[in-house]
Design a binder for this molecule. Structure first.
Ligand code: ADE
Length: 258
């Protein structure tokens, strides 16, 4: 398989069934371009309630996700081991209190959290260059800091808002990364031609019919003059970006200002 393998750890494995079987993501998996394995974090719990969280030290509201369960789960996933092998190892003290190792290099292990590095097209390209990723979906209320320290190689946020947990964010990472994997988007020119890759928002698009509720199509698009079409699209992209996302212009390279 030439694509990317992504392991997801979550307490809601069923959540991923829809996204992973639908549309282009489903096709990428069926075509073996993408290999996603969703694991239930609770498989690494050791008590009969299968608890993944506990009350915070120091008191306060809410619960905190336990580091031992996360650590045992990651060790198994990194090394392709069944839960039976690593479950309870941290509790039993068989693993000293230092970062766990994978057999080879530890794959990039991304904890989805609002305090993480913002997900951008640039980060998506960086992650698409990896052949393996591990995504950790926590509940927002909190995760024991030792998971951040010992397990995660990266922390990623999908925006300045708070979700119940990391599942939606993990799905966003999976989609943003997968569509950059060769063979996923039918026309390989298209991911590069878009918003955020060029640094500008996308220009407006039109298709048939030519008139909709009295609104026509800009004449230049039906002129057959490809140079004029390109100039029009660039100008509209620039207008939209100036109006809605001037912050993106600051990062734009000089030649793109056209
Ligand atoms: N978990 C909760 N909110 C999140 C966010 N904005 N990004 C990533 N993970 C999250």
């Amino acid at each position: 398989m030439s694509g990317v393998r992504i392991d997801v750890l979550t307490i809601f494995p069923g959540w991923f069934e829809g996204p992973l079987t639908t549309s282009l993501l489903g096709r990428a998996i069926a075509d073996d371009v993408l290999d996603v394995r969703v694991h239930d974090l609770r498989d690494w719990t050791t008590d009969r309630h299968r608890s993944v969280d506990d009350a915070p030290y120091g008191g306060g509201a809410g619960m905190v996700m336990r580091a031992d369960v996360w650590i045992d789960a990651c060790e198994a996933v990194w090394n392709d081991l069944d839960a039976e092998v690593t479950r309870g190892r941290t509790v039993r003290g068989e693993v000293p209190g230092e970062p766990l190792t994978a057999g080879g290099d530890r794959p990039r292990t991304i904890l989805l959290t609002p305090r993480g590095r913002p997900l951008t097209q640039e980060l998506a390209s960086e992650l698409a260059a990896e052949d393996r990723l591990v995504l950790l979906c926590g509940r927002y209320e909190g995760i024991d800091e030792r998971v951040h320290e010992l397990v995660a190689t990266d922390e990623v946020s999908i925006g300045d808002y708070v979700l119940f947990g990391g599942e939606v964010a993990a799905a966003a990472v999976i989609e943003a990364v997968t569509r950059l994997v060769p063979g996923v988007v039918g026309n390989q020119a298209s991911p590069e031609d878009e918003s955020f890759t060029s640094g500008l928002l996308e220009y407006p698009q039109y298709t048939r019919p030519p008139t909709v509720r009295g609104i026509g199509v800009p004449e230049v698009l039906t002129s057959g003059d490809h140079g004029a079409v390109d100039r029009w699209r660039h100008a509209r992209a620039l207008d939209l970006t100036t109006e809605r996302r001037p912050d993106l212009l600051d990062r734009l390279e000089e030649h793109d200002r056209g």
